[in-house]
Design a protein around this ligand. Structure first.
Ligand SMILES: Nc1ncnc2c1ncn2[C@@H]1O[C@H](COP(=O)(O)OP(=O)(O)OP(=O)(O)O)[C@@H](O)[C@H]1O
Ligand SMILES: [Mg+2]
Length: 252
């Protein structure tokens, strides 16, 4: 077990986070918690505020009010760079590798960017390549990487900074069913191997319900439900606001 290191036991916590764009509320009073090594699904309809939330915790968007705590430390005013060093890493919607670098170089560069010395960065890249099953493509340039490896390589790169919290925005977008399944399995393996806590934004509700320990649901910038996947799926509010009439049968 990863030892909880903040007084509350959460690796990440937001308190009353609100963001307004030109007076329009994108997030309103969001309290969210993330336990060490937990995988939390952040779901909601288009425009619900999911990406804004990830922008807030990673330091790309300033809160209008509220705070962000990492291991109990207030990082609300810290720059994105500083937060990466403290342990919050995020991927971008449709995040891409540096195409002219190999997979290994992509990971090394990220490790160097986070302040590792060259030897340590090289070792980190090697460790992640082995861990993520990317050895066969490690020295291939990203622009000729066989299809299906790119997302994995991008996730491996995001772990180069040894984050405590990894936020991934729609990592399976554009993948087919079996590729999505594979990516989900990969994320779970990475969590198991590194103890990283993951916040995943994903529209495929079935995928979220299978992967996540807990689910946090936003609607129009507000939290409408938080709980285990089975609870969330049965919440009348969630069904009304998000799941709609879509049937959400989830195989175990
Ligand atoms: N930079 C911005 N300037 C103004 N409004 C913005 C900005 N970014 C987001 N918004 C607005 O904030 C709200 C939340 O948007 P956000 O992108 O966080 O939603 P989302 O849940 O990620 O949606 P999607 O599922 O479509 O990715 C939306 O109403 C959006 O139009
Ligand atoms: Mg989004």
């Amino acid at each position: 077990m990863t030892k909880p290191s903040s007084s509350t036991g959460y690796v990440l916590e937001t308190r009353g986070v609100s963001v307004a764009y030109a007076g329009v509320a994108a997030l309103s009073d969001v309290d969210l918690v993330l336990a060490p090594a937990e995988i939390l699904g952040l779901i909601g309809a288009n425009g619900a505020g999911k990406t804004t939330f990830v922008n807030v915790i990673s330091g790309f968007t300033r809160v209008t009010s509220g705070s962000v705590l990492l291991d109990g430390e207030d990082v609300t005013r810290a720059t994105p760079d500083k937060r990466v060093r403290k342990g919050i890493t995020r991927t971008f919607q449709a995040g891409r590798l540096f195409t002219k670098m190999t997979v290994r170089e992509n990971i090394e560069v990220a490790a160097l960017g986070a302040g590792l010395r060259s030897g340590a960065a090289r070792a980190k890249a090697q460790e992640l390549i082995a861990l993520s099953g990317l050895a066969s493509v490690a020295d291939i340039r990203a622009d000729v990487l066989p299809y299906g490896f790119e997302r994995k390589a991008a996730l491996a790169r995001s772990l180069a900074t040894s984050p405590k919290v990894l936020a991934v925005d729609e990592p399976a977008a554009g993948l087919n069913e079996s590729e999505s399944q594979e990516l989900v399995a990969f994320l779970a393996e990475m969590r198991d191997a590194t103890g990283v806590a993951v916040i995943i934004i994903e529209h495929d509700v079935g995928l979220v319900m299978r992967l996540c320990d807990r689910v946090h649901v936003l609607a129009e910038g507000r939290t409408i439900c938080v709980g285990a996947p089975a609870e969330v799926q049965q919440s009348p509010e969630v069904i009304q606001a998000y799941l709609g009439t879509r049937s959400v049968t989830v195989d175990a």
